[in-house]
Design a protein around this ligand. Structure first.
Ligand code: PNS
Length: 166
Protein backbone atom coordinates (compact mmCIF):
# COMPACT_ATOMS: atom_id res chain seq x y z
CA UNK A 1 0.00 0.00 0.00
CA UNK A 2 1.35 3.45 -0.83
CA UNK A 3 1.65 5.80 2.15
CA UNK A 4 -0.87 8.55 2.86
CA UNK A 5 0.76 11.95 3.12
CA UNK A 6 0.92 13.68 6.45
CA UNK A 7 1.47 12.93 10.11
CA UNK A 8 -0.50 10.88 12.63
CA UNK A 9 0.09 10.40 16.35
CA UNK A 10 -0.04 7.06 18.20
CA UNK A 11 -0.55 8.02 21.87
CA UNK A 12 -0.41 5.82 24.93
CA UNK A 13 0.96 5.16 28.39
CA UNK A 14 3.27 2.42 27.06
CA UNK A 15 4.09 1.23 30.59
CA UNK A 16 5.80 -0.71 29.11
CA UNK A 17 5.47 -1.03 25.34
CA UNK A 18 4.42 -4.53 24.22
CA UNK A 19 4.79 -6.35 20.93
CA UNK A 20 1.10 -5.58 20.40
CA UNK A 21 1.86 -1.83 20.51
CA UNK A 22 4.83 -2.33 18.17
CA UNK A 23 2.56 -4.21 15.76
CA UNK A 24 0.09 -1.29 15.70
CA UNK A 25 2.89 1.30 15.30
CA UNK A 26 4.51 -0.72 12.50
CA UNK A 27 1.24 -1.21 10.61
CA UNK A 28 0.44 2.50 11.02
CA UNK A 29 3.88 3.40 9.67
CA UNK A 30 3.11 1.30 6.58
CA UNK A 31 0.10 3.50 5.85
CA UNK A 32 1.10 7.02 6.89
CA UNK A 33 4.06 9.16 5.94
CA UNK A 34 5.12 10.14 9.48
CA UNK A 35 4.13 8.55 12.79
CA UNK A 36 4.76 10.34 16.07
CA UNK A 37 4.42 7.99 19.03
CA UNK A 38 3.26 10.05 22.01
CA UNK A 39 4.24 8.77 25.45
CA UNK A 40 2.02 10.43 28.04
CA UNK A 41 4.05 11.69 30.97
CA UNK A 42 1.52 11.06 33.75
CA UNK A 43 -1.41 8.87 32.64
CA UNK A 44 -4.67 9.78 34.42
CA UNK A 45 -5.86 6.17 34.50
CA UNK A 46 -2.74 4.92 36.33
CA UNK A 47 -1.74 6.13 39.79
CA UNK A 48 1.96 5.60 39.16
CA UNK A 49 3.82 4.14 36.23
CA UNK A 50 6.36 1.35 36.66
CA UNK A 51 8.75 3.01 34.21
CA UNK A 52 9.62 6.71 33.95
CA UNK A 53 8.52 8.50 30.78
CA UNK A 54 12.12 8.66 29.49
CA UNK A 55 12.50 4.89 29.98
CA UNK A 56 9.17 4.19 28.23
CA UNK A 57 10.28 6.44 25.36
CA UNK A 58 13.69 4.73 25.07
CA UNK A 59 12.11 1.25 24.89
CA UNK A 60 9.90 2.35 21.96
CA UNK A 61 12.80 4.10 20.21
CA UNK A 62 14.91 0.95 20.38
CA UNK A 63 12.08 -1.29 19.18
CA UNK A 64 11.21 1.00 16.25
CA UNK A 65 14.78 1.93 15.28
CA UNK A 66 14.36 0.33 11.85
CA UNK A 67 11.21 2.29 11.02
CA UNK A 68 12.53 5.56 9.51
CA UNK A 69 9.17 7.37 9.56
CA UNK A 70 8.53 6.75 13.28
CA UNK A 71 9.64 9.10 16.06
CA UNK A 72 8.86 9.11 19.77
CA UNK A 73 8.02 12.09 21.97
CA UNK A 74 6.86 12.56 25.55
CA UNK A 75 3.80 14.73 26.04
CA UNK A 76 2.14 16.22 29.12
CA UNK A 77 -0.74 18.20 27.64
CA UNK A 78 -4.03 17.41 25.92
CA UNK A 79 -3.67 14.83 23.18
CA UNK A 80 -5.29 17.09 20.58
CA UNK A 81 -2.76 19.82 21.47
CA UNK A 82 0.06 17.30 21.09
CA UNK A 83 -1.40 16.30 17.71
CA UNK A 84 -1.69 19.94 16.62
CA UNK A 85 1.91 20.66 17.77
CA UNK A 86 3.00 17.92 15.37
CA UNK A 87 0.65 19.01 12.59
CA UNK A 88 -1.00 15.59 12.78
CA UNK A 89 -4.27 15.02 10.98
CA UNK A 90 -5.30 12.00 13.03
CA UNK A 91 -4.91 10.05 16.26
CA UNK A 92 -4.32 6.33 15.65
CA UNK A 93 -4.88 3.75 18.40
CA UNK A 94 -5.10 -0.02 18.58
CA UNK A 95 -8.34 -1.79 19.46
CA UNK A 96 -8.11 -5.27 20.93
CA UNK A 97 -11.55 -6.31 22.07
CA UNK A 98 -15.03 -5.11 22.95
CA UNK A 99 -13.66 -4.27 26.39
CA UNK A 100 -11.50 -1.53 24.83
CA UNK A 101 -14.39 -0.10 22.89
CA UNK A 102 -16.30 1.78 25.59
CA UNK A 103 -13.25 3.69 26.83
CA UNK A 104 -12.01 4.41 23.32
CA UNK A 105 -15.46 5.51 22.19
CA UNK A 106 -15.55 8.07 25.03
CA UNK A 107 -12.00 9.26 24.32
CA UNK A 108 -12.73 9.65 20.60
CA UNK A 109 -15.85 11.71 21.35
CA UNK A 110 -14.01 13.92 23.86
CA UNK A 111 -11.17 14.47 21.43
CA UNK A 112 -13.62 15.27 18.64
CA UNK A 113 -15.30 17.84 20.91
CA UNK A 114 -11.93 19.38 21.72
CA UNK A 115 -10.86 19.49 18.07
CA UNK A 116 -13.22 18.28 15.31
CA UNK A 117 -10.40 18.72 12.80
CA UNK A 118 -8.40 15.78 14.18
CA UNK A 119 -9.78 12.38 13.24
CA UNK A 120 -9.58 9.30 15.51
CA UNK A 121 -8.64 6.10 13.66
CA UNK A 122 -8.63 2.62 15.21
CA UNK A 123 -6.46 -0.25 14.02
CA UNK A 124 -7.71 -3.71 14.98
CA UNK A 125 -5.12 -5.73 16.90
CA UNK A 126 -3.59 -8.72 15.16
CA UNK A 127 -5.27 -11.90 16.52
CA UNK A 128 -2.13 -13.19 18.24
CA UNK A 129 -1.85 -9.92 20.23
CA UNK A 130 -5.53 -9.43 20.99
CA UNK A 131 -5.08 -10.68 24.59
CA UNK A 132 -1.92 -8.67 25.27
CA UNK A 133 -1.76 -5.66 27.62
CA UNK A 134 0.95 -3.83 29.56
CA UNK A 135 -0.92 -4.67 32.77
CA UNK A 136 -1.02 -8.37 31.95
CA UNK A 137 2.66 -8.41 31.09
CA UNK A 138 3.54 -6.72 34.41
CA UNK A 139 1.45 -9.25 36.31
CA UNK A 140 3.15 -12.16 34.53
CA UNK A 141 6.61 -10.74 35.21
CA UNK A 142 5.77 -10.14 38.88
CA UNK A 143 5.06 -13.83 39.35
CA UNK A 144 8.02 -15.03 37.32
CA UNK A 145 6.20 -15.78 34.04
CA UNK A 146 8.14 -15.72 30.77
CA UNK A 147 7.28 -12.53 28.87
CA UNK A 148 10.08 -12.75 26.31
CA UNK A 149 7.79 -13.32 23.33
CA UNK A 150 5.35 -10.59 24.40
CA UNK A 151 7.62 -7.55 24.70
CA UNK A 152 10.81 -6.23 23.05
CA UNK A 153 14.01 -7.79 24.50
CA UNK A 154 15.06 -4.67 26.46
CA UNK A 155 11.63 -4.51 28.09
CA UNK A 156 11.79 -8.19 29.09
CA UNK A 157 15.16 -7.58 30.74
CA UNK A 158 13.97 -4.44 32.53
CA UNK A 159 10.78 -6.17 33.76
CA UNK A 160 12.87 -9.03 35.15
CA UNK A 161 15.13 -6.57 36.97
CA UNK A 162 12.30 -4.44 38.34
CA UNK A 163 9.64 -7.03 39.12
CA UNK A 164 11.25 -10.44 38.97
CA UNK A 165 12.38 -10.66 42.61
CA UNK A 166 9.15 -9.43 44.22
O1 PNS B 1 -2.35 3.65 26.76
P1 PNS B 1 -3.55 4.41 27.23
O2 PNS B 1 -3.61 4.42 28.74
O3 PNS B 1 -4.81 3.96 26.58
O4 PNS B 1 -3.30 5.93 26.75
C1 PNS B 1 -4.17 6.94 27.19
C2 PNS B 1 -3.89 8.28 26.49
C3 PNS B 1 -2.45 8.68 26.61
C4 PNS B 1 -4.26 8.17 25.04
C5 PNS B 1 -4.82 9.31 27.20
O5 PNS B 1 -4.61 9.21 28.57
C6 PNS B 1 -4.60 10.76 26.78
O6 PNS B 1 -4.95 11.11 25.69
N1 PNS B 1 -4.03 11.59 27.70
C7 PNS B 1 -3.81 13.02 27.48
C8 PNS B 1 -4.99 13.86 28.04
C9 PNS B 1 -6.13 13.89 27.04
O7 PNS B 1 -6.04 14.57 26.03
N2 PNS B 1 -7.20 13.08 27.29
C10 PNS B 1 -8.28 12.86 26.35
C11 PNS B 1 -9.32 13.98 26.26
S1 PNS B 1 -9.92 14.61 27.76
Amino acid sequence: MSEQSGTVVCPGSYDPVTNGHIDIITRTSNVFERVVVGVVNNPVRKAKTLFAAEERKAFIEEATAELPNVEVQIFANLLVEFARDNEAKAIVKGLRAISDFEYEFEMAQLNRKLDPGIESIYVIASPHYSFLSSTGVKEMATFGGDVSDLVPPAVATALGERLGDR
